[in-house]
Design a protein around this ligand. Structure first.
Ligand SMILES: *Cc1c(COP(=O)(O)O)cnc(C)c1O
Length: 387
């Protein structure tokens, strides 16, 4: 059988070893060390924030951001519904209640209409949320201006979950820099990876220092081990930060490569009636972390899951769009605000969407194969990609 074509696999440059070797040669294996400090500085410079704190995962970054905002038992936090569960899990770790907000069709991200409705209800009940977690799905920025304006009106801070959108821009500014806190992930399938890791960014350097304190078990200044608050073990290792430094050097190249993958899909499949690609909002640039399309059931008789199975039979990995969190068994009964009661956008995207292999190391020939399998299943024809 031919080699498996993955959704998004790690893509190393070779330079990672240079930074790892430096760590070995100086015995800065742990804890922290020069690679961690440099990675934080380099990422903050890239994003354009005052600072950054390197952590063990994106989930840890969300957890710390919520903790820093004082989220606790009995609080509510608004969160995008169409996302990976890691966006919401830390809300529950802290004993707070998530309230899920639907998507809108132009970005697939948080709907300002649904958010406004949720805020109006919350104000009427006399309990505003402690924070709003806004996700940028598959690299596409949410409608930040509209959403931030609403949150500012109610004086509720925003955590921007940019785990999937590192390298993307919104009106020329880097994705992940719009809220009080921004979160990136370097998990194995993300646009750049440290094998596992995350970053919390902010313009509030005092809060970032507090994040570093909490992430190292909240040790008070003392010779002995003394603790006045509960902390976490959430720092990134100096070895992994070395991997991150080399990966960051090629981030813009990876964005270009992801966008080229997307363009080839559009070229190879764009003529199929009823097949549409995830939009890119005017004024934004998506890193196209994953190329995602939808199949209109009125025009295409093949169900997305049947197509995913057909691709799997050819050793090609494709997946449905995230199952909305308000539909997850673990969140049964949680509050949810729809964009439109008669058109729950996140549910429609879940039932019609497919994430396609989008690896930056994927060859043209591999992508050609993916495209041809899809064409054969949907309409029995092939097409040649021109380079
Ligand atoms: C990957 C991801 C996370 C979590 O990041 P980890 O580093 O895997 O903990 C959070 N939110 C979204 C939207 C993600 O895609």
């Amino acid at each position: 059988m031919s080699q498996r074509i993955f959704l998004s696999s790690p893509h190393m440059t070779g330079n990672e070893k240079k930074y790892i070797n430096e760590a070995f040669e100086t015995n800065w294996i742990a804890p922290l060390g020069p690679n961690v400090n440099a990675f934080e500085e380099e990422l903050a410079a890239y994003a354009g924030t005052e600072g950054a704190a390197a952590l063990s995962s994106g989930t840890a970054a969300i957890h710390l951001a919520l903790d820093l905002l004082g989220v606790g038992k009995g609080d509510t936090v608004f969160c995008s519904s169409l996302t990976f569960i890691a966006s919401a899990n830390p809300i529950v770790y802290l004993g707070a209640e998530p309230v899920f907000i639907d998507s809108e069709p132009e970005t697939w991200n948080m709907s300002a209409i649904a958010l406004e409705n949720a805020f109006r209800d919350a104000e009427a009940f006399g309990e505003l949320p402690k924070a709003v977690v806004i996700v940028n799905l598959y690299g596409q920025s949410a409608k930040m201006d509209e959403l931030i304006k609403i949150c500012d009106h109610y004086s509720v801070p925003v955590i921007e979950d940019a785990a999937e959108s590192l390298g993307s821009t919104y009106k020329g500014r880097k994705s992940g820099t719009f809220g009080k806190f921004g979160v990136y992930s370097f998990n194995g399938n993300k646009i750049i990876t440290t094998s596992g890791g995350g970053m919390l960014v902010s313009n509030d350097t005092e809060e970032l220092e507090r994040a570093r304190f909490l992430a190292t078990q909240a040790r008070d200044q003392a010779k002995h081990y003394q603790h006045s608050v509960i902390g976490y073990n959430y720092r990134m290792s100096n070895i992994l930060a070395g991997v991150g430094r080399a990966q960051l050097e090629v981030l813009d190249q990876r964005v270009e490569a992801k966008r080229a993958v997307f363009k080839r899909y559009v070229k190879g499949l764009g003529d199929i009636e009823g097949l549409e690609f995830m939009p890119e909002l005017v004024g934004t640039m998506s890193n196209r972390w994953l190329s995602v399309m939808t199949l209109d059931p009125d025009k295409i008789k093949v169900a997305p899951n049947a197509l995913i199975d057909a691709l799997e039979a050819e050793n090609i990995e494709a997946r449905p769009v995230w199952k909305p969190l308000h539909m997850q068994p673990v969140f049964e009964g949680k509050k949810f605000y729809a964009h439109d009661e008669n058109n729950v956008v996140s549910e429609r995207l879940f039932t019609t969407g497919i994430c396609l292999p989008s690896g930056t190391a994927m060859t043209i020939e591999e992508q050609q194969k993916v495209i041809n399998v899809i064409r054969m299943i949907l309409q029995g024809s092939k097409v040649e990609l021109t380079k």
